[in-house]
Design a protein around this ligand. Structure first.
Ligand code: ZN
Length: 163
């Protein structure tokens, strides 16, 4: 069986940046389970996995435009600190992630800087601008169940668990 659209793929992966630092890895965990071709993983990686078989190992290098895009300084906003409710007694700190309302709905922003009454929020994806270096190993490939296709994600080990 080869990887084609709507197959469930179990894959071990390690993601590194240009300097070889590990950003994310399935090592020591269950392999990642995803449905090919429906956007469970980034499109650039799906493209490179198409046609692979169990046991295949591959190095996939994705430029930012095939990964999480380039950083856009228009996605950096300075907002008043007073706009953050302190009712959950969690103090706002640099590096925290907060939910913000944007024109396109709710989005996740990084708190990049706090200075006086000004908070700098960065809505760029944390991996925007990065060239992504994936080392992948295909562990298993199977047909997706009807329910998995309806839900849009893989079930079972490495996938979603329903309780
Ligand atoms: Zn489900």
């Amino acid at each position: 069986m080869t990887i084609t659209k709507n197959k469930v793929v179990l894959m071990h992966y390690t993601l590194k940046d240009n300097s070889g630092d590990i950003l994310d890895s399935s090592e020591g965990h269950e392999p990642l389970a995803f449905i090919q071709g429906i956007g469970n993983i980034i499109a650039g990686l799906e493209e490179q996995l198409e046609g692979k078989v169990v046991g295949d190992k591959a190095k996939v290098v994705l430029a930012p435009e095939k990964g999480y895009g380039h950083r856009n300084e228009e996605n950096v906003h300075i907002v008043p600190l007073s706009g953050f409710q302190a009712d959950d007694d969690e103090k706002l700190e640099v590096g925290m992630q907060v939910r913000v309302e944007t024109n396109e709905g709710v989005s996740i922003a990084d708190v990049a800087k706090i200075e006086g009454d000004e908070v700098t929020l960065d809505l760029n994806h944390p991996l925007a601008g990065e060239t992504l270096h994936f080392d992948v190993e295909i562990i298993d490939i199977r047909e997706a169940t009807k329910q998995e296709l309806e839900h849009g994600h893989a079930h079972g080990p490495g996938g979603h668990h329903h309780h």
